[in-house]
Write a protein that binds this ligand. Structure first.
Ligand code: TEU
Length: 538
């Protein structure tokens, strides 16, 4: 990989700015707090940071409702702070990726304020507006992920507008070229400011069907329910028309052409699509002229991935997305932390982390993952997430993975803030604080550092071809092969019982500096529970 290709196989550390580090005593994390903690991130050995939205926002979806794409919300600091953040990150060798929410804005954005004034103003067509049906009901059967109809009545225009998320997040109409131009101007604005790339929120929602056709129902056997459908019928529909329209490809090409004017820029597009995910990831990343990577949801699933499941995902990606590039993640700010979601103890967490960092593709780590944090309990009274408040108690919301990072083990807020934190710091997180784990040689934190260093030291793990060796439910092994370079054999015991492995034919060097100690005798070995094994073709 060349320097411009740093993102291929790169590791990206996701920061949820509200919960990273408060520097001004208001109980909410901010950009100055992130700057203060950049050395911690650099110490991990990751390549880049992705900062969740810090733009001006009414914060109804905690920043994913943007009212001004070109300014920092005062809660998080100023543009000057952001410039300082980029400068400091670059000094430390970290790339900076920002999170652009181009599918929808806040209803407080001036574009929407103007658009809703009348049916014939200059921006009247910048959002998706439609007349009511004759009986006054919404134009079609589309639903919001956050509950209810995807259409909200606007008394001023006497029309409905589309929102796939909160009603305060109206959907921009990218069929209108002026809207595309305005969004690409935002992209250019941040490129000029020196960012190294973008996480693009919900790129599958950029376009909806121009004719606003009804979505058909999904046959019961194809329903993929994250929330009981009786509670949220969203997953009962086949989302043929409210997202992933063919026009998206041309827009993504315009986006890419702009990025390509700036060497070394990357993008990772979020495609959370339960039905057609992999195919869409392939469509959006293929050809080298759309997004650079797709953020894959395959390992954000509720159940612990078996070796077989991992191999199915990888094989499918290799066949469907032949020239695409995936970005894998186990945790983020929207899902239950995987240590809890998959009920992993410390050893299991390590072997899964080793697996994640050995996959072909890039990797996102979510803040606190390097500490082995579990999901925090957030009571209904403390809940902030509108999605959780809407569907409580069937769905507990996304706050349990968004609680503040514990930096030290002293004081009730673990060094996050001097004030009352916007979400409680989980008491059980304090003993896993950064300071505590820094001082323990065998901590999870130090394991992540070692594993990331190991990945860096072996180019095959970063960009090598992938060849499956064994895919059982408990045991997974594969080779990573760097053309003209090294071959690394990787094996993972994902279970709590010892598993026999055979080394593939050939001579293997075992004295690699991997953070696992297993050695093989006579080409076969019993791999102890939750251990990984790495060897290099001699
Ligand atoms: O999430 C998009 C998305 O698909 C989510 O609805 C996801 O399925 C859900 O949160 C899983 O629990 C992005 C952002 O990551 C999320 O934080 C925002 O709320 C959403 O877009 C709207 O901008």
């Amino acid at each position: 990989t060349t320097n411009e290709d740093w993102w291929r196989g790169g590791v990206i550390y996701q920061i949820y700015p509200r919960s990273y580090q408060d520097s001004n005593g208001d109980g909410v994390g901010d950009l100055a707090g992130i700057i203060h903690r950049l050395p911690h991130i650099a110490s991990l050995g990751v390549d880049a940071i992705w900062i969740s939205p810090f733009f001006r926002s009414p914060m109804l979806d905690f920043g994913y409702d943007v009212s001004n794409y070109r300014d920092v919300d005062p809660l998080f600091g100023s543009l000057g702070d952001f410039d300082a953040l980029i400068a400091r990150a670059h000094e430390l060798g970290l790339k900076v990726m920002i999170d652009l929410v181009l599918s929808h804005s806040s209803d407080q954005h001036e574009w929407f304020q103007e658009s809703r004034q009348s049916r014939d103003n200059a921006k009247s067509d910048w959002f998706v507006w439609a007349d009511a049906k004759p009986d006054g009901t919404p134009p079609n059967n589309w639903l919001s992920i956050f509950g209810g109809s995807a259409w909200e009545w606007d008394g001023k225009r006497e029309q409905y507008y589309l929102h796939n998320f909160l009603k305060e997040q109206p959907d921009l109409n990218l069929h209108n070229m002026d809207v595309q131009d305005a969004l690409l101007d935002v992209v250019r604005y941040w490129l000029e400011r020196g960012v190294d790339g973008f996480r693009l929120d919900t790129i599958n929602f950029y376009f909806a069907d121009k004719e606003l056709r009804d979505n058909p129902a999904l046959p019961p056997e194809e329903r993929n329910d994250s929330i009981a459908p009786s509670v949220n019928p969203y997953n009962w529909q086949n989302h043929l028309y409210d997202k992933n329209q063919p026009e998206n490809l041309a827009f993504l090409k315009r986006f890419r052409a702009l990025c390509d004017e700036y060497p070394g820029i990357t993008s990772v597009g979020e495609v959370g699509d339960a039905q057609y995910g992999m195919q869409i990831q392939a469509d959006y990343t293929s050809g080298g002229d759309k997004v650079h990577m797709c953020y894959a949801f395959d390992f954000l699933s509720p159940t612990q991935p078996t070796g077989k499941y991992v191999s199915e995902v990888l094989n499918k990606f290799e066949t469907v997305a032949t020239d695409g590039w995936a970005c894998w993640a186990f945790s983020n700010h929207d899902v239950v932390r995987h240590a809890s979601r998959w009920n992993l103890g410390p050893d299991a967490q390590r072997v899964y982390a080793a697996l994640l960092m050995s996959l072909r593709g890039s990797v996102c780590l979510y803040q606190g993952e390097e500490l082995g944090l579990t999901e925090a309990y957030v009571s209904y009274e403390e809940l902030q997430d509108p999605y959780g408040i809407r569907f409580w108690p069937e769905f507990k919301g996304r706050d349990g993975c968004r609680t503040p990072i514990p930096w030290s083990n002293d004081g009730p807020t673990g060094g996050f803030t001097d004030a009352r934190p916007w979400l409680p710091v989980a008491m059980e997180h304090l003993s896993k604080s950064v300071a505590t784990q820094d001082s323990e040689e065998n901590s999870t934190l130090n394991f992540y550092r070692q594993m990331l260093a190991f990945r860096k030291a072996h180019p095959a793990l970063i960009s090598g071809r992938f060849e499956m060796v064994h895919a059982g439910s408990d045991l997974l092994s594969f080779k990573r092969i760097e053309e003209g370079g090294e071959t690394v054999f990787c094996a993972f015991n994902l279970s709590n019982t010892a598993q026999p492995i055979d080394l593939p034919p050939g001579e293997w060097r075992q004295d690699l500096a991997a953070p696992f100690a297993v050695r093989v005798q006579e080409n076969s070995v019993l791999l102890p529970p939750y251990q990984a094994f790495f060897a290099q073709a001699a």
